[in-house]
Write a protein that binds this ligand. Structure first.
Ligand code: GDP
Ligand code: IMO
Ligand code: MG
Length: 424
């Protein structure tokens, strides 16, 4: 087995960074395939804490090649800053590779994101993600290769900035962008990443052919997928399994396993319906125990009980073969723990995740209750040592979703990870 997709099974922040870092020890390649600096992946090693936004969470292992694939939208200034920051902390970045085909997030994308979010109320991270993907689909975006190899780039860029200025002036009466200044900045920034830029699709293809171990690291989560998420309260890319293929230029027949990362409860940051949300003391306990504050924006994450309607949906949409259940320790003190197994809607029990947001908003979660374990799991290193109630909780999730766990996390540190089954 050599190629695994790792992705978020909920609304993001499931602990993908931590699990990627854990698996990266054995991986030859870690590949990011979508999203941009909206992602915030935290990796804790001993007393060191790393927040990664664009760089794959495999970067902490010097022998692992870290690839930013074509499906990622790159804010070059952010990426260069992230590289510099890692280097200043003694991390070797020489094994980083960046796709020639990745699109660039421009300053005007961030400005448009900011102003549109004020009107739309999605609660975006305001990192320019939606507008950058919109330009990609509209065929008016710029790719990394344009900045490096296109002799006409300056001309094309000036034309596009003129067009953008017209558009944002007419729509929003907003300030104008100076293409000369922006061009100069871009050229300076691209120089800082130039050495890493290659055709990453060829690189990853060859790695798979040579039976190297390749891990595709998703950002965001299944319910933030532009097609399969809670549209329009979603991000503008495909965090789901299919996105790993288009976002890295690899065919689906190369993929061996799909690992869904799920928190032992549910969180969401930003607006949009969230059936099991707890706007009470229990929600506050989950937030405080789980330190549920956004890695990228610092916003409070909304918290609620585990929703297995969502997990079953994620299992189906992504073809999950394995689960990584994170933050089990956050539930350590509860006397009883609830699991949502269905939604009551108009006196009917829904077991499939509804597509319509008005329906979803009116869904009342149906819960089963499980006994808590009320003991500290943070030092446990094997599955068998977990309290019987904790194992019963995990086994209930496996039973409902039809997917077995391979990894359970009981703390933020690399060492606080229980490996039940080897994936690589
Ligand atoms: P990602 O975006 O999916 O990578 O997740 P984030 O890094 O945004 O958020 C997950 C947070 O939970 C981070 O602060 C992690 O350090 C932390 N974390 C990950 N796994 C565990 C765990 O098992 N227990 C606890 N207590 N914290 C965890
Ligand atoms: P990681 O990779 C959680 C959410 C935003 C907003 C919506 C659209 O750390 O799991 P965007 O800026 O993408 O246009 O915002 O998506 N969002 C995330 N929520 N974790 C993330 O990434 C997210 N990235 C975007 O809060 O609701
Ligand atoms: Mg995050």
């Amino acid at each position: 087995m050599s190629a695994i997709i790792l992705l978020g099974a909920q609304w993001g922040d499931e602990g993908k960074g931590k699990i990627t870092d854990y698996l990266a020890e054995k991986a030859d390649f870690v590949v990011r395939y979508q999203g941009g600096s909206n992602a915030g992946h935290t990796v804790e090693v001993a007393s060191d804490k790393f927040m990664l936004h664009l760089i794959p969470s495999g970067i902490l292992y010097p022998r692992t090649v870290s690839v930013v694939g074509n499906g990622v939208v790159i804010d070059i200034k952010e990426l260069a800053g992230e590289i510099e920051n890692l280097q200043s902390r003694g991390i070797d970045t020489s094994n980083l590779r960046i796709s020639t085909r990745a699109h660039v997030v421009m300053p005007y994308h961030k400005a448009i994101d900011e102003i549109e979010d004020q009107c739309q109320g999605i609660g975006t991270t305001r990192r320019g993600i939606g507008p950058a993907y919109a330009d990609k689909i509209n065929r008016s975006g710029f790719r990394i290769s344009d900045l490096i190899y296109d002799s006409n780039f300056k001309e094309r860029f000036e034309k596009e900035v003129d067009r953008k200025n017209q558009l944002i002036h007419d729509l929003y009466g907003m300030r104008q962008f100076d293409s000369e200044l922006m061009y100069a900045d871009l050229m300076e920034q691209v120089d800082m990443i130039r050495e890493y830029v290659v055709d990453t699709s060829v690189l990853v293809y060859q790695a798979i052919k040579e039976n190297k171990k390749v891990l595709f690291e998703g950002a965001q989560g299944t319910l933030l997928d532009i097609d399969h998420g809670t549209y329009p309260y979603v991000t503008s890319s495909h965090p789901t399994a299919g996105g790993a293929c288009t976002g890295s230029g690899i065919g689906p027949t190369s993929i061996d396993r799909v690992l869904g990362v799920a928190k032992a409860y549910t969180t969401r940051v930003g607006e949009g319906p969230f059936p099991t949300e707890l706007c009470d003391e229990t929600g506050d306990v989950l937030r405080e125990r789980g330190r549920e504050y956004g890695t990228t924006t610092g916003r409070k994450r909304r918290c609620g009980w585990l929703d297995t309607v969502i997990l079953r949906y994620a299992a189906r949409i992504n073809g999950l073969t394995d689960l990584a259940i994170t933050k089990l320790d956050v539930l350590d003190e509860f006397e009883t723990i609830k699991i949502c197994t269905g939604y009551m809607y108009n006196n009917m029990m829904l077991t499939e995740f509804p597509e319509n947001l008005n329906v979803l908003r009116d869904c009342v979660p149906h819960y089963i209750e499980m006994p808590g374990w009320q003991s500290d799991t943070t030092g446990i290193t094997s599955y068998a040592e977990l309290p019987a109630e904790a194992r019963a909780y995990i086994e209930k999730i496996e039973e409902i979703t039809g997917v077995s766990q391979a990894i359970v996390a009981v703390g933020p540190k690399r060492s606080q990870t229980i490996n039940s089954r080897n994936l690589f």
